[in-house]
Design a protein around this ligand. Structure first.
Ligand SMILES: *Cc1c(COP(=O)(O)O)cnc(C)c1O
Length: 475
C-alpha cells in the first residue's frame, strides 16, 4: 500500500494508455518550449543544473508546474509518472502530507534564525542514532558536505592527497571534478582525459591532488595505496554508484576500501544518494561498511536544500568551532529544511515495511524491463538494487556492468529514443543513460502496470525505428 494515495483528480487523457502522442508533440509542449526560450535568455542553457536540459536525449525539457505522489504535471498540463524524484530526495513521493505539514508548521515561526534551534538538535540526534555515527554537521547541499568532509580529512591527517573512483560523482567542488560521472559523462561526451579535470576552470594543480582509481578494481586500489598511501588523507567513494548509472560494488572491492584505513587514510562514504534510500542506514547498513566519515544529502532534507557530514567523534571534533578545520553556512540547519528532513526520516523509520515495498516494486520493474526488451529484440543490461535501477543499452548479461568503462559502452542514442518513447507516453524517466532512476513509496501497482505498458511500446518503437532518430533528437 502506498503511503499517500495518488491525487484524486481524474487521470488525464493525455497520460496513461496513450499511444499516439508524437503527432501532437508541438502543441503538447508549447508552454515548456516558451518557458525554455525565456529561460535560455537569462540562465546558461536555460537550466540551473545541467542534466535537466535533456541535452543527451534531445527535445524540450518539461517545465514542471506541480508534483504530487508519484506524479509530475508540466506547464502544458500533461501528467507523468515520475522516476526521478527530484534526483533522489522524494522517497516518500512528492508533496507528502507529513512533510508538507511539518514545513507548514515550521513556517509559522520564521524562516531562518542565524542562531541554533531545536530542530537541528532533533535531526542530528535522529541521524546519528539511525546511522551509528557520533556527530554530524549540517550543510545546505551534498556538494558542501563532500567538500567539507575532505577538508576535514586533510586537517585531521595532515595529508594532501585524496583518492576517488572513475565515474563517481561527489558534487561540483574543484578537487572532485576529476573523472566525475553523471552530468559530466552526459554533457562532455568524449572530453574526459586521463586524470584531467572534468571541467574548465579547475586548475591542474588542484586536479593533481586527486588520484583516480577504477571502481570495483581492488588490485588497482591496492597498487595505488602501496605507492602513495602515506600521502593519502582520504578515499571517497559512492558505496553504490548512481552517477554513472547504477554500479554495485563487489565484496572484494569493499574489502580493499577498508584496507586503506590501515594506512592512516580516512574512508569517506558518499551516501548523498544512497543514504536513507537503500536502508535506514543507507548502503553502509546494507553492505556492512565501516567508514570513518559519511556524507548525506537529498533524502536527509526531504526535498529542501540540506546536506550533512558526520562520523567518528574524534575526527568530527576537528571541525570549527571545536577544532581547527573551518566550515560554516549562513542557512545551515535552516528550520524549514530541518522540519522536512525530520518528517521524512521519521516517516521512513515508522514504516517498517517501506524498504521492502520499494525493493519489490523496483525488482518487478527490473524483471518487466528485462522480459519486454528481450521480447522486442533490444539488448539491455539491468542493474538494480533497492529502489535504484539503470537499464544499460548494451548486450552484457544483467548485473554484469561493474565500472565506468563498461557503462560507457552503452548505446546512448538507443537509450535516448527509448526515453522519448516513454516520455511521449507519460513516463518521466531519467534523461541520461548514466543515471539511476528512483522509485518512491507512492508508486503502486497501477503505476507499475502503466510503466511497463509504455516500456513495451517504447521498446517496439525502438526496434522499428532503428535507423531513424525521432524528430527533436540532436545527432
Ligand atoms: C547529488 C550528489 C552529490 C551532490 O549533492 P548536491 O546537493 O547536488 O550538491 C554528491 N554526491 C553524490 C553521490 C550525489 O548523488
Amino acid at each position: 500500500m502506498s503511503l499517500s494515495s495518488p491525487p484524486s483528480r481524474p487521470t488525464s487523457a493525455k497520460v496513461l494508455g496513450m499511444t499516439q502522442t508524437t503527432t501532437q508533440a508541438t502543441s503538447q509542449t508549447a508552454q515548456s518550449e516558451a518557458l525554455f526560450a525565456r529561460a535560455r535568455a537569462v540562465t546558461p542553457g536555460g537550466v540551473n543544473s545541467p542534466v535537466r536540459a535533456f541535452k543527451s536525449v534531445g527535445g524540450t525539457p518539461r517545465f514542471i508546474r506541480e508534483a504530487h505522489g508519484a506524479y509530475l504535471t508540466d506547464a502544458d498540463g500533461t501528467r507523468y509518472i515520475d522516476y526521478i524524484g527530484s534526483w533522489g530526495p522524494m522517497i516518500l513521493g512528492h508533496n507528502h502530507p507529513a512533510v508538507r505539514e511539518a514545513v507548514a508548521d515550521a513556517l509559522q515561526f520564521g524562516t531562518s534564525f542565524g542562531a541554533p534551534g531545536e530542530r537541528e538538535v532533533e535531526l542530528a540526534e535522529l541521524v546519528t542514532r539511525l546511522t551509528g555515527t557520533d556527530k554530524v554537521r549540517f550543510t545546505s547541499s551534498g556538494t558542501e558536505a563532500t567538500m567539507s568532509a575532505l577538508r576535514l580529512a586533510r586537517g585531521f591527517t595532515g595529508r594532501k592527497l585524496i583518492v576517488k573512483f572513475r565515474g563517481n560523482y561527489h558534487g561540483h567542488a574543484d578537487g572532485l571534478l576529476v573523472e566525475a560521472g553523471s552530468g559530466l559523462m552526459t554533457n562532455l561526451d568524449g572530453a574526459l582525459g586521463e586524470s584531467a579535470p572534468s571541467s574548465a576552470g579547475v586548475p591542474e594543480e588542484y586536479a593533481a591532488l586527486t588520484l583516480v582509481s577504477e571502481y570495483n578494481d581492488p588490485a588497482a586500489l591496492d597498487t595505488l595505496m602501496a605507492e602513495r598511501g602515506a600521502e593519502v588523507a582520504a578515499v571517497i567513494f559512492e558505496p553504490v554508484v548512481g552517477n554513472a548509472g547504477v554500479l554495485i560494488p563487489t565484496p572484494e572491492f569493499l574489502a580493499a576500501l577498508h584496507r586503506v584505513q590501515g594506512m592512516g587514510a580516512l574512508l569517506i562514504a558518499d551516501e548523498v544518494m544512497t543514504g536513507f534510500r537503500l536502508s535506514l542506514n543507507g548502503a553502509t547498513g546494507l553492505l556492512g561498511l565501516k567508514p570513518d566519515l559519511t556524507c548525506w544529502g537529498k533524502i536527509i532534507g526531504g526535498g529542501l536544500p540540506v546536506g550533512a557530514y558526520g562520523g567518528r567523534g574524534d575526527v568530527m571534533d576537528f571541525v570549527s568551532p571545536q577544532g581547527p578545520v573551518y566550515q560554516a553556512g549562513t542557512l545551515s540547519g535552516n528550520p524549514l529544511a530541518m522540519a522536512a528532513g525530520l518528517a521524512t526520516l521519521r516517516t521512513l523509520e515508522a514504516d517498517a515495511g517501506i524498504y521492502g515495498r520499494l525493493e519489490s516494486y523496483t525488482s518487478q520493474l527490473a524483471d518487466g524491463l528485462k522480459t519486454l526488451a528481450a521480447g522486442a529484440g533490444v539488448a539491455i543490461s539491468v542493474n538494480q538494487i533497492g529502489s535504484m535501477l539503470t537499464p544499460f543499452f548494451q548486450g552484457a548479461p544483467h548485473g554484469s556492468v561493474r565500472d565506468y568503462a563498461q557503462a560507457a559502452r552503452s548505446d546512448t542514442q538507443g537509450f535516448g529514443r527509448w526515453f522519448q518513447g516513454l516520455l511521449s507516453r507519460g513516463i518521466y524517466w531519467a534523461p541520461s543513460q548514466f543515471e539511476s532512476i528512483f522509485v518512491s513509496a507512492s508508486h503502486t501497482g497501477a503505476e507499475l502496470d502503466a510503466t511497463l505498458e509504455a516500456a513495451r511500446a517504447a521498446f517496439a518503437d525502438l526496434n522499428q525505428t532503428n535507423l531513424a532518430a525521432p524528430e527533436g533528437v540532436s545527432p
